[in-house]
Design a protein around this ligand. Structure first.
Ligand code: PEP
Ligand code: CO
Length: 490
């Protein structure tokens, strides 16, 4: 696509590069300016990684989540590495998300929208731009698409060719996800083949097998009555997502595209301010789609109302997330929604709340109230990870399973009490048997953290903890449904 098309001036001054005129947080300073230019030119020529049709499918599903008709499960690594681009690790993560979603469908009695933090979750915001290792000051590790983890100033220098590498690693990961899904990795006829890791406790295994046996029974019945012929049982949708932190990268992969037929027609001012456009049929409208992944979010550290990230995000047709923590004021939250989603499209914005178990009760109620009064209907998603990070006495970053569960339970109850929906959860997890978060049925203690602590950023739930959490959250829904006398849930 010609860059002149990309730079088409929208009515309200937004262009894919208008963010460059705003103050930016968490910026990366490249010494190699020529290298950066070449990398971005290359990225602009490469094909989109995902299509508007897929993006709009996700947006339509998230609309259902906002309306309380579906649940969204989002999860994956805190920092994805190029090294994770291998069959085993991709499969482990996708299977875990599939298993968790099956448990949640059973629990919440709703369809589950699956979004992985994968195929692009490389860039990380950091609290400090530099760190001292063995007495040497060097730039902090900012993620595989920016610099190397090796603790020496050379590897830590931002290298623009890593942006192109990020594209190709995203592309290879996504290709394998697509291939695995279309080859039946998610086939509901054999959810036991999705394979539970050997570390699963017998109780979890038994519960999981019970759900699978109910699903298998239903499928057998459908086959008997001849309803098992439609496509849909052999595969599911898994969408990709990452934090939209590196705006140079995102801009290069943002394309002006014709809106697909499944797009909800938008008000005229979104494409043009001329009166003729008001009668333009929706099929001939076009929008800017970030095509690096289906869903992008703004981090808690880059969500300033007048900053570069909010400016970039407000022009995208994708569904987008905004992380909100304890420092967010209710009025600021509404201002932000008005900027990012002026048309109040239902489910276009996912508010990813991450206050911490001890703070959620004093922040979420006012946030929900302000949003309800504003007339916006976002997806409310609980991220029970980022407000619950703590250090052990010996300085290891960890999270307690009980805090994670507590924040989720409180989120559910608070939403319910205010006539709102907790539409989903956002987790940092991995299909590997890591030892990074403490607690869970296997009783991982702080002393055991050193065993397989492999994260390059925040501590993740391991497979066992993630499945256990899915069962517990499913249990909250089933208990409540039973209290309310919903016979389907018994
Ligand atoms: C993250 O999701 O990894 C992250 C950095 O989160 P937050 O912006 O909520 O701190
Ligand atoms: Co994180």
């Amino acid at each position: 696509m010609a860059s002149s098309t990309l730079e088409n001036q929208a009515a309200d001054g937004w262009t894919p590069s208008s963010w460059t005129t705003k103050p930016i947080k968490q910026d990366v300073a490249y010494d190699d300016k020529e290298g950066l230019k070449n990398a971005l030119v290359k990225l602009q020529r490469l094909p989109p990684l995902v299509t508007p049709q897929e993006i709009v499918n996700l947006k339509n599903s998230l609309r259902n989540v906002a309306l309380g008709k579906a649940f969204v499960l989002q999860g994956g690594d805190c920092a994805e590495l190029f090294d994770y681009c291998n069959q085993e690790m991709i499969e482990a993560k996708i299977k875990l998300i599939l298993q968790m979603s099956l448990i949640l469908i059973w629990g919440a009695n709703k369809p589950v929208v699956r979004i992985a933090r994968i195929a692009g979750q490389f860039a990380k915001p950091r609290s400090s731009t530099t760190e001292v290792i063995n007495g040497v000051t060097m730039p902090s590790f900012r993620g595989d698409n920016i610099n190397g983890f090796d603790p020496n100033p050379d590897s830590r220098t931002p290298d623009p060719s890593r942006l192109v590498s990020a594209y190709f690693h995203s592309s290879a990961t996504l290709n394998y996800i697509r291939a695995a899904l279309s080859s039946g990795i998610a086939d509901l006829h054999s959810p036991l083949d999705w394979g539970l890791g050997h570390v699963i406790t017998p109780q979890i295994k038994e519960k999981y097998e019970q759900i699978v046996s109910r699903v298998t029974d239903s499928l057998r019945f459908m086959r008997t009555v001849g309803l098992d012929t439609a496509r849909g049982i052999e595969t599911v949708d898994v969408y990709t997502s990452h934090e939209g932190l590196m705006l140079e990268y995102e801009q290069s992969l943002t394309r002006l595209c014709r809106d697909p037929p499944n797009a909800v027609p938008k008000p005229s001012h979104a494409t043009s301010n001329t009166t003729t456009s008001q009668t333009t049929p929706p099929s001939s409208s076009s929008s800017h789609y970030a095509t690096s992944s289906h869903f992008l979010w703004i981090g808690d550290r880059t969500r300033q109302l007048t900053g570069a990230h909010v400016e970039f995000f407000r022009g995208l047709a994708n569904p987008v997330g905004i992380k909100i923590g304890p420092t967010m004021e209710p009025t600021e939250l509404v201002d932000l929604l008005n900027v990012v989603n002026p048309d109040k499209e239902i489910g276009k914005v996912t508010l990813i709340s991450r206050y911490g178990a001890s703070k959620i009760a004093s922040h979420l109620p006012a946030h929900i109230k302000a949003v309800q009064e504003s007339g916006h209907l976002p997806v409310w998603q609980c991220d029970p990870m980022h407000g619950n990070t703590r250090s052990t006495p010996s300085g290891v970053k960890t999270r307690r399973f009980t805090d994670i569960l507590s924040e989720l339970r409180q989120a559910l109850e608070i939403h319910r009490a205010q006539g709102s929906f907790m539409g989903g959860m956002h987790l940092e997890l991995t299909g590997e048997a890591v030892t990074e978060c403490v607690g869970g049925a296997a009783g991982l203690t702080e002393d055991g953290l050193g065993e397989r602590y492999t994260t390059f950023c925040d501590p993740r739930l391991n497979e066992k903890q993630a499945l256990e959490l899915a069962f517990l959250v499913a249990g909250f829904y089933r208990d409540r449904a039973a209290e309310e006398g919903d016979v389907n849930a018994m």
